[in-house]
Design a protein around this ligand. Structure first.
Ligand code: CA
Ligand code: CA
Ligand code: CA
Length: 502
């Protein structure tokens, strides 16, 4: 979006009249002059021997105030450039004067003109310096009576810069005033009668010429063409450098707390929501343009991450993401994937942990989500110890374990009944298998040593006499416990039973 408004260069002059720009009016081009497009006309190309003019299509009325502004371009060659630009009021809009030192004006009469001359023609009384003058009747010789004001020296105008021109006619004071940059020249006189013989209807226009030396000469109206800011998009949380037309000389942004600075062409904008920023751009010669830019703030993608765990060791687990168009996963053990829903196969405990997915949407905005992958190693098993010792002669006993409800494997019933008589002596290995609520299985083993029934032997003590000293009875295997009944009458029997009598 752009808006155009013109701010006039010379406030003191403008204060006198209401201003009406005639720059929208078409112009008639003559000689080497041509329309460049936009609001620009070329008076001469950068070629020798040129003469060109262009004049308003319709006349202006000298009984009414008139003013116009334009920018002049005199080219870039100073010493080797020529010849300058002339503003003209004339009775014909097809008039074309002589080129070279004639500036395209020589011979156009009746007329009055403001001359900006950048080539010294000593035969015309030109000063050494670039200069301005008010001249008339198609004569460019400063020594003639047709020279009305000047010549006045001005700084070099063939400097590759645009120069700000403003002209104003005041019919009340009969004053014609022209300004080029900081240079003002004016002429007061009865122009209608002394120049135009009472004719109040004249055309205004411009001329230029080149001789053996040349420069391109150009006249433009209105502000330069705006280089508009394209609307942009950013992701939530980002900032962006706005780039208003850099051809301006000053910028003033509408106040906004999300702008880093209000008086530069390229402030940084950090909007939280979609925001329209507006700036007024000032250009050389007092032109202003508005420009706006819409910064669309794209919200973060709504990233989602999940997995189908918990899973048991050795199984596969699937990660799942959503909310974007591309995905990038990172996780334990250097896991990396750009699949939306990657699958981890043959998982082990160290595959567990937090997996992070970076979700990117179609606009390139990203956000992340996490999911915790749990690897279930199965229930922790505690087998209750069996009786100690386990003798082969023992009755079957029930093995128990925590968590209950598992199954036993080995020489044991699935329910855990262990029968020493069935297994026989020796070390028996039995296994307990338990499954948890996730369906993950653990096993544990225990060794049960089944002991044989010992064969008990008593070394015969031999014959003992009454009153003999006590003897030590010896039985095998060692470590047994002695016992018995000691009826006094039954010595022989007791002897056979290995009892020590005292
Ligand atoms: Ca020159
Ligand atoms: Ca000259
Ligand atoms: Ca010059």
């Amino acid at each position: 979006m752009k808006q155009f408004f013109l701010v006039l260069l010379i406030g003191s002059l403008l204060g006198l009249y209401s201003f009406a720009s005639l720059s929208a009016q078409g112009f008639v081009t003559n000689g080497s002059a041509s329309y460049l497009g936009g609001e620009c006309y070329q008076l001469t190309p950068d070629a020798s021997g040129q003469a060109g003019t262009f004049f308003s299509q319709d006349p202006i009325d000298l009984t009414m105030p008139f003013s116009e502004q334009a920018t002049f371009f005199f080219g870039c060659k100073d010493l080797n450039g020529a010849d300058g630009i002339v503003f003209i009021l004339a009775t014909s809009n097809t008039a074309l004067g002589g080129g070279g030192g004639g500036l395209g004006y020589l011979g156009i009469t009746p007329s009055i003109a403001i001359e900006y001359d950048d080539y010294r023609n000593s035969n015309f009384g030109d000063p050494v310096s670039d200069h301005m003058a008010v001249i008339s009747m198609g004569q460019i010789d400063h020594n003639m009576a047709t020279n009305l004001v000047g010549p006045i020296d001005i700084a070099n105008i063939e400097d590759c810069e645009e120069h700000c021109f403003f002209v104003d006619w005041n019919p009340v004071t009969n004053t014609l005033t022209a300004v080029l940059d900081d240079n003002t020249i004016s002429y007061t006189g009865d122009i209608i009668n002394t120049i135009f013989g009472g004719n109040t209807s004249v055309y205004y226009g411009f001329s230029s010429g080149t001789g053996s030396l040349s420069n391109p000469h150009r006249v433009c109206f209105g502000p330069p063409e705006l280089e508009p800011m394209p609307d942009v998009s950013i992701c939530e949380g980002e900032s962006i450098i706005l780039e208003a037309d850099p051809n301006g000389i000053a910028w003033e942004w509408d106040p906004d707390p999300t702008l880093s600075q209000l008086d530069i062409s390229d402030p940084e904008a950090t909007p939280d929501i979609t925001t329209t920023y507006t700036t007024v751009i000032e250009y050389k010669c007092g032109y202003f343009l508005n420009d706006t830019v819409v910064v669309t703030v794209i919200p973060y993608p709504d990233a989602e991450a999940s997995n189908d765990g918990p899973k048991c060791i050795g199984e596969s687990i699937e990660l799942a993401a959503d909310g974007g168009t591309t995905y990038q996963w990172d996780g334990p053990n250097g896991f990396f994937s750009t699949l939306q829903n990657p699958i981890l196969n043959n998982i082990y405990l160290d595959d567990g942990g937090i997996y992070t997915v970076t979700v990117t949407d179609a606009a390139g905005c990203t956000s992340t989500a996490e999911t915790l992958v749990e690897i279930d190693e199965g229930p922790e098993i505690t087998i209750d110890p069996p009786p100690d010792p386990v003798c082969i002669s023992m009755d079957p006993f029930l093995m128990t374990a925590d968590p209950p409800g598992g199954e036993w494997d080995g020489d044991i019933s699935p329910g855990g009944l262990f029968d020493p008589a069935y297994t026989g002596e020796g070390i028996q290995v039995v296994t307990y298998i338990a499954t948890n609520s996730n369906g993950c299985v653990s096993t544990a083993q225990i060794e049960i040593e089944v002991l044989p029934i010992p064969e008990v032997l008593i070394d015969p003590p031999g014959f003992l006499c009454e009153g003999s000293a006590p003897i030590q009875m010896i039985g095998s295997p060692v470590g047994g416990i002695w016992g018995g009944i000691f009826p006094l009458m039954e010595y022989s029997i007791l002897q056979l039973q290995g009892v020590v009598l005292i």
